[in-house]
Design a binder for this molecule. Structure first.
Ligand SMILES: NC(=O)C1=CN([C@@H]2O[C@H](COP(=O)(O)OP(=O)(O)OC[C@H]3O[C@@H](n4cnc5c(N)ncnc54)[C@H](OP(=O)(O)O)[C@@H]3O)[C@@H](O)[C@H]2O)C=CC1
Ligand SMILES: O=C(O)[C@@H]1CCC=N1
Length: 266
């Protein structure tokens, strides 16, 4: 029998996970439960046959794997709410919540559940997430299930929990950082003659192709840059101007500022 999955908090990330789980075929709508208070915002999932509800206890009691996708400040209250139905020999708790540590989750569940911390990004909706995981007291079967689940939804790396905040910045916030880079390309593209629609396709596909070159060739970005920069050409002229204006520096500073924000407990 297929394991049942409950997603507590069907917001931006929770809904994206649900979409990815369905489109990858990892689960079927009948085996998936998604909660939020305002269920009218989950009509799309409901129409696909997913169990959409606002009762977290009912969803948790129906599931084997419970994915917590709520805001950090709600974790304590919601675990307290579902506690009466949690069973150590049945449930696995998977938290995608930023800045909440396994030890916090162990304490909130009185140590009775296997726990997974996972940090995906919103590209999980199209099975292109980068997901970092770490696991606590999981059985081999549970570890395999969770690894298979996230592997179906993109790439997965198991990391030390002490790197989870860094994973959040590079992997999850990284989606937004990449979007801003693409948006700037669209703005530049319009200024040099394209309409916004065509500029958007060119910018997004170019970034996708660049990323795939690195993933498939296993090269360093500078090796790929060397293949593009003709001596005295327009690429190196543009690239150097971007660096004079602080491109790399501003990205590094943005990443370290994001990291400080998490470490300082939001
Ligand atoms: N967005 C991202 O890219 C990423 C987010 N994260 C983490 O994932 C978590 C969720 O983030 P995100 O999806 O962006 O946030 P959202 O605010 O979009 O989603 C949270 C959802 O929780 C629901 N919710 C609130 N209270 C309850 C409740 N009592 N019972 C059930 N559902 C409830 C809200 O809906 P309603 O108000 O209708 O109840 C809302 O849809 C956060 O901890 C975030 O740090 C991690 C990686 C990436
Ligand atoms: O901005 C945030 O706090 C969350 C964490 C990663 C993505 N969104």
């Amino acid at each position: 029998m297929m394991s049942k999955i409950a997603i507590i908090g069907g917001g931006n990330l929770g809904s994206a996970i649900a979409e990815g789980l369905l489109s990858s075929g990892f689960t079927t709508p009948d085996n998936l439960y998604v909660t939020r208070r305002n269920t009218s915002l989950l009509e799309g999932l409901k129409a696909k046959g997913v169990h959409v509800l606002s009762d977290n206890q009912k969803a948790s009691a129906s599931a084997d794997y419970i994915i917590l996708a709520i805001k950090p400040f709600q974790v304590s209250e919601i675990i307290h709410e579902i506690s009466p139905v949690l069973e150590g020999n049945r449930h696995t708790l998977i938290s995608v919540v930023t800045g909440v540590w396994i030890q916090d989750l162990v304490e909130l569940t009185a140590g009775k559940l296997p726990i997974v911390r996972a940090m995906p990004n919103t590209a999980i909706a199209i099975q292109e997430s980068m997901t970092c995981t770490c696991m606590h007291k999981v059985t081999e079967t549970q570890q395999k299930f969770v690894t298979d689940l996230f592997n179906q939804l993109g790439k997965t790396v198991e990391i030390d929990e002490k790197l989870m905040d860094a994973a959040t910045v590079l992997g999850a916030c990284g989606t937004a950082f990449a979007m801003r880079y693409i948006r700037a390309n669209i703005q530049g593209g319009v200024e040099i003659g394209f309409n916004a629609k065509v500029a958007a396709v060119i910018a997004a596909q170019t970034v996708k192709g660049a990323a795939d070159l690195l993933l498939q060739h296993h090269t360093h970005p500078e090796q790929e840059i060397d293949k593009v920069t003709t001596p005295k050409g327009c690429t190196i002229a543009g690239l150097n101007e971007m660096e004079h204006r602080g491109l790399s520096s501003s990205i590094i500073r943005g990443i370290t500022t994001s990291y400080k924000k998490i470490v300082e407990k939001m």
